[in-house]
Write a protein that binds this ligand. Structure first.
Ligand code: ATP
Ligand code: MG
Length: 285
């Protein structure tokens, strides 16, 4: 039987979340510290541990069949692979930053200036769209120190909280690209590997849905039931079961994490008691 080859980042910001996602799909593999490739026990898959920059190219060439990589790295690589699913972790943005003392009104201020970046393609694309001509300096790391040492007037780099910029005397002035981790696939998968990918996708999506939802159980007096039920969407509609206590019911439903606290307040106000909320492991619908 064929195995699909999944490339993930060996060591870095995407590694833990990638491995966690695989484990949450009930796919396990031997402790792989220091290994380049490992087979999975209970799923027809092999995991390749690579530098994130190499993942798009390996997937394009078919060395790996699928991979988990940041959209920033994917787009910058220019490699021809399919983006199959956004994974919701590794979120960051690619931003333009200038020294704090520099006045900045718009991107036009970058005209004729030099910008240091590890993302020349994405940045050049953005500048072209804005009709701005700047001088790009491609450097592979520690971009944020470039203005301080006189290498460039501005930088374009990954930002998540902005603390690195702050400590280097820079201010973020323009967001040019938003990124998160994505699952990519080779364009030439065999039918058998496509079928394995579909199975994996089914599990990824079930885990993602579960993370976005919680299971809620509550008790309500029967005369308040209608009001409580109106607040709860459920997947189809909430489950209502009679309690041993006369005139009371237990209501079960699924709610989204997003509006969780507001929902709880409204339910309490509507007469719900003994509210129990638990995580969902998998959700399929
Ligand atoms: P490698 O050794 O694999 O080449 P790296 O140093 O290039 O690793 P990391 O710093 O581990 O890469 O980041 C991997 C990816 O995580 C980034 O390309 C980006 O998509 C994402 N990411 C999320 N938040 C951040 C952040 N605050 N800074 C940098 N990258 C981030
Ligand atoms: Mg890298």
């Amino acid at each position: 039987m064929q195995r699909i080859k999944l490339a993930i980042q060996k060591k870095g910001r995407l590694s833990d979340d990638s491995i966690r996602l695989i484990h949450e799909c009930d796919i396990s593999f031997p402790n792989s510290i220091g290994r380049l490739v490992t087979p999975c026990y209970d799923f027809p898959m092999e995991i390749l541990f690579l530098r994130d920059d190499d993942i798009p190219g390996y997937v394009e060439d078919g060395v790996a069949d699928i991979g988990i990589v940041g959209e920033n790295v994917l787009v910058e690589s220019g490699k021809n692979v399919d983006e199959v699913l956004k994974l919701g972790f590794g979120k960051c943005r690619l931003s333009l930053a200038v020294p704090r003392g520099m006045s900045y009104q718009s991107i036009n201020d970058m005209s004729g200036k030099s910008i240091a970046t590890s993302y020349p393609k994405i940045l050049q694309n953005y500048l072209n769209q804005q009709n701005v001509e700047a001088d790009l300096h491609t450097i592979s790391g520690s971009v944020e120190i470039a203005p301080g040492i006189g290498l460039a007037d501005a930088i374009c780099d990954i930002v998540s909280t902005g603390s690195t910029l702050l400590s280097n005397g820079l201010k973020e002035v323009e967001q040019i690209f938003a990124s998160e981790a994505v699952l990519v696939a080779s364009k030439n998968l065999s039918a058998e590997k496509k079928a394995i990918l579909d199975k994996l996708l089914f599990r990824f999506v079930a885990v993602q849905k579960a993370e976005k939802n919680k299971y809620i159980l509550l008790n309500a007096p029967n005369d308040k039931l209608n009001e409580v039920i109106k607040l709860l969407p459920g997947i189809n509609s909430p489950t209502v079961l009679p309690l041993a206590r006369e005139g009371w019911s237990s209501v079960h439903s699924v709610i989204t994490v997003k509006d969780f606290w507001e929902m709880i307040e409204k339910l309490k106000a509507a007469g719900a008691e003994g509210i129990l909320v638990t995580p969902i492991e998998k959700l399929i619908y």
